[in-house]
Design a binder for this molecule. Structure first.
Ligand code: IMP
Ligand code: MG
Length: 173
């Protein structure tokens, strides 16, 4: 059994999500915003942040990228396995991610979304993990920053497990 070290409690996550949602609500005031959640990891974060954003013209969509096998390191091959359904041409888009690690997944997804010519495209992540970044990519909104470690819970998985944990933990393998 691997050891799970608490990183963020359910209550701490709630406070962080509320704070970031408030900032997004201010920044996009009067605008139509489309949240694009990255499946599967961001499903919980996206649901939570969407409910805290107070814009009345908020839309939500999802896409899916596959980059992980069953292990804990990013492979460099990324595939789009589900595209968005909403037309984002000329729209303000905020990509909602669970965690940015090397940045390769988001780089790939952003390049893909840019091909639809949105008015703007920004990144909102639950966790910004700094140490292994391989591309020049900054999250515009991040709830929590860590240097390193493999995290699970609140949507984040290890071999498809632990997504249902309400808190976030570092997994010591
Ligand atoms: P990147 O392409 O290296 O930035 O990796 C991004 C994706 O890898 C995330 O969307 C996660 O699905 C997965 N990932 C990266 N780090 C972790 C982690 O610590 N725990 C769980 N999944 C992770
Ligand atoms: Mg992900």
């Amino acid at each position: 059994m691997s050891e799970l070290i608490p990183v963020l409690s359910k209550e701490q996550i709630r406070t962080l999500v509320e704070k970031v949602a408030k900032q997004i609500s201010v920044d996009y005031k009067g605008k139509e915003l489309i949240l694009i959640g990255v499946l599967k990891g961001a499903y919980i974060f996206c649901a939570d942040i969407a409910r805290e954003i107070t814009l009345d013209r908020l839309k939500v969509d999802f896409l899916r990228a596959a980059s992980y096998g069953g292990g804990t390191t990013s492979t460099e091959e990324i595939k789009l396995t589900k595209d968005i359904d909403i037309d984002i041409t000329g729209a303000h888009v905020l990509v909602v991610e669970d965690i940015v690690d090397t940045g390769l997944t988001l780089r790939f997804l952003i390049d893909h979304l840019k091909s639809y010519n949105p008015a703007s495209i920004k990144i909102c992540t639950m966790i910004d993990k700094k140490e292994r970044r391989k591309v020049d990519l900054q999250a515009d909104y991040a709830c929590h920053v860590v240097q390193e470690g493999f995290l699970i819970g609140y949507g984040l998985d290890y071999d498809e497990k632990y997504r249902n944990l309400p808190g976030i933990y570092e997994m010591k393998l």
